[in-house]
Structure formats: structure tokens, C-alpha cells
Write a protein that binds this ligand. Structure first.
Ligand code: CA
Length: 218
């Protein structure tokens, strides 16, 4: 799952990016509202962590522009303790949730998982396809009663495919979910990870739709 972090405080932005990576997200980070607006207009993210006080363009304005474009990406605002008005304006402008600084990294990750889950149209915290069960918060995958050991990338790939069960996802879409900017992507990386997943789970779980991408049936 790919997250855009918009935060001008360098120490905090760095800590959020590192914390999200540790929680299994791919996290990109920009430090001003104008850049956030440009990136959100052109790239796909599963959720946005958005500071309100930002240089060049406020977080609220970047959020309004996103919603004006009919962008539905879930947005979690970061606000200061004594700024109730910011939170009200933010929620009214289309934010989905907020956290008050300072916050706990574990709580941020859990709230993002909840937002992504709901935006995927499912309220269930644990995803199930056939006898495969994936628990995003515990980071575990079960095949029947057997725990399956997956790498972080394999887990993220399976998570994306199961969240989108019933939809064909292209290699480009999957690549966007798995990798942050600047991370090296081999041209056949997705194929290789799909191959590993089929071997560790079972081959028919992930169908190849020729010329389009991959499909997990619900
Ligand atoms: Ca700020």
C-alpha cells in the first residue's frame, strides 16, 4: 500500500516515512502543499497523511483541490492540539480522519489501514479469498490452518490483489502500490513476486489476464 506523506517538518516527516515503511507501507514524502497538489493530480496513492500548515499551499487547500478533481483517496490530517477550527474545516473539506500531534506511529499505521480498508469497500479487518486469510494489522497470511511465510513485498502484493479481488490490476498499478519513488524496480519484479506467491500459496490463486495484468477472484 502506497502512502503520500505531506509534512514540512523534516524530523517529523522523516520519522513518519520510516515508521510507515517499518509497518509495511511504501511511503513517499513531499514537504510543501504545491508539490503535494501536483503529485496527487498525477499519481495514485492508497492514502495521504497531510499536515495543515505547509509552505506555498496549505494542506486544506491541497485537500480541496484533490476533492474538486473528484479524487477519492483517503486523507488523514495531522493537526496541532489547539486547532479545533482546522479539524472542522478539514473534515468539511473532505478529510477522512485526523491525528493530533504528537501521535503514536502505531496508531497512525492502524488508522491508515482502517481508511484503506473502508475505501476498498470492505469493513472487515481480515481479508479472505477461498481458504487464504490475510490480516493486515498482524501482517500474517494463513492458508487454511497453516501460516505462510511471505516477504514484505510478497505480502504487500497479495494485500493489493486481495483488496482488489474481482478487479484486474495491471503491473503498473501494482508497481505503484508496492514501490516508493527512488526504489529500484526491475522490469519483471511483479512477475517474479507473483510467481513466488503462486508457489507459496497455490498456482490458481492469481490468474494472469494476458496483456492486462493479474486477477484474484473473490
Ligand atoms: Ca507544518
Amino acid at each position: 500500500m502506497r502512502i503520500l506523506v505531506v509534512e514540512d517538518d523534516v524530523l517529523l516527516g522523516d520519522a513518519i516515512q520510516a515508521g510507515l515503511k517499518q509497518a509495511g507501507f511504501a511511503a513517499d514524502w513531499v514537504r510543501d502543499g504545491m508539490l503535494a497538489d501536483q503529485v496527487l493530480a498525477t499519481e495514485a496513492f492508497d492514502a495521504v497523511v497531510l499536515d495543515i500548515g505547509l509552505p506555498r499551499l496549505s494542506g486544506l487547500e491541497a485537500l480541496r483541490r484533490l476533492r474538486d478533481r473528484k479524487g477519492t483517496t483517503p486523507v488523514l490530517l495531522l493537526t496541532a492540539r489547539d486547532t479545533v477550527d482546522d479539524r472542522i474545516q478539514g473534515l468539511d473539506a473532505g478529510a477522512d480522519d485526523y491525528l493530533i500531534k504528537p501521535f503514536d506511529m502505531g496508531e497512525l499505521a492502524a488508522r491508515l489501514r482502517a481508511l484503506i480498508r473502508r475505501s476498498g469497500g470492505t469493513a472487515a479487518p481480515v481479508l479472505q479469498v477461498g481458504d487464504i486469510t490475510l490480516d493486515p494489522s498482524a501482517h500474517t497470511v494463513m492458508h487454511g490452518d497453516d501460516a505462510v511465510n511471505l516477504s514484505a513485498t510478497e505480502f504487500a502484493l497479495l494485500h493489493a490483489l486481495m483488496l482488489g479481488a474481482g478487479k484486474v490490476l495491471s503491473r503498473a498499478q501494482l508497481g505503484e502500490k508496492l514501490y516508493a519513488w527512488g526504489e529500484e524496480i526491475e522490469s519483471n519484479a511483479i512477475e517474479v513476486h507473483v510467481h513466488h506467491l503462486r508457489r507459496k500459496l497455490y498456482p490458481e490463486l492469481i490468474e494472469t489476464i494476458r496483456g492486462v495484468g493479474y486477477l484474484v477472484r473473490p
